[in-house]
Design a protein around this ligand. Structure first.
Ligand SMILES: [Zn+2]
Ligand SMILES: [Zn+2]
Length: 213
């Protein structure tokens, strides 16, 4: 037996139905309830976006997850997005009568610009360790390049490089990584520690590694 849509009068012979209503009317109802915009937190320096408290690369997959967590009542699929005009086309899957009904809508992405944790540490020239290099200039410069790659690949950084007598002082963002680099490369170092503060009741030291090369 065919059904007749109470809203528009179409029958189930000519169009798909969801429950008592035709597909068009159901989709129209869903569309009218859909949001017009979403807030996205963006690092103005590196362009990463915030997903559940962490800054991640601005990829389609991550943007979809950001929007999914903004719109928990729908099953979100990111169809397309355009950072030039700050819009996204989403498929909002809404559950009705046991089925997920997808409805597409173009929404506005409202970017809130901030600095991610890593960029704000960089901006403040944050550092935890210093490698004091002394010796052959070329060797030191190649060494600094390798340390830089090693740190950047792991999301850390060289805060600054200062020229010193017969060498360079290399300021590093992470002392665990500095120490891992030194032990994995079997470097001979003379170590010293300077207290630079107290964090959560614990003394915090900056490590200095003197390295001859
Ligand atoms: Zn209808
Ligand atoms: Zn950043």
């Amino acid at each position: 037996m065919s059904k007749r849509c109470p809203t528009c009068g179409k029958t189930s012979d000519s169009i798909q139905f969801y429950g008592q209503f035709c597909k068009n009317c159901v989709e129209k109802n869903i569309y009218e309830e859909l949001p017009n915009s979403a807030e996205v937190i963006l690092c103005k320096n590196c362009g990463k976006i915030r997903l559940q408290g962490k800054f991640v690369k601005d990829s389609g997959q991550n943007m979809q997850e950001v929007l999914q967590s903004a719109f928990k009542n729908y099953k979100i699929i990111l169809v397309d997005y355009n950072t030039d005009d700050s819009t996204a086309i989403l498929s909002f899957g809404k559950e009705k009568t046991g089925e997920i009904i997808p409805v597409e809508k173009k929404i506005e992405l409202r970017f809130t610009k901030t600095l991610c944790e890593n960029c704000s540490r960089r901006a403040g020239s944050y550092y935890e360790a210093v490698m004091q290099l002394r010796g052959n200039k070329e060797r030191m410069e190649r060494f600094i390049d390798r340390v830089n790659n090693y740190f950047e690949r792991r999301g850390e950084f060289i805060a600054k490089v200062k020229e010193a007598d017969n060498g360079y002082d290399v300021y590093l963002s992470n002392k665990k990584l500095a120490s891992a680099y030194i032990s994995s490369h079997n470097l001979e170092t003379v170590n010293s520690y300077t207290l630079y503060g107290v964090k959560h009741g614990k003394k915090v030291y900056r490590h200095t590694y003197s390295i001859r090369m």
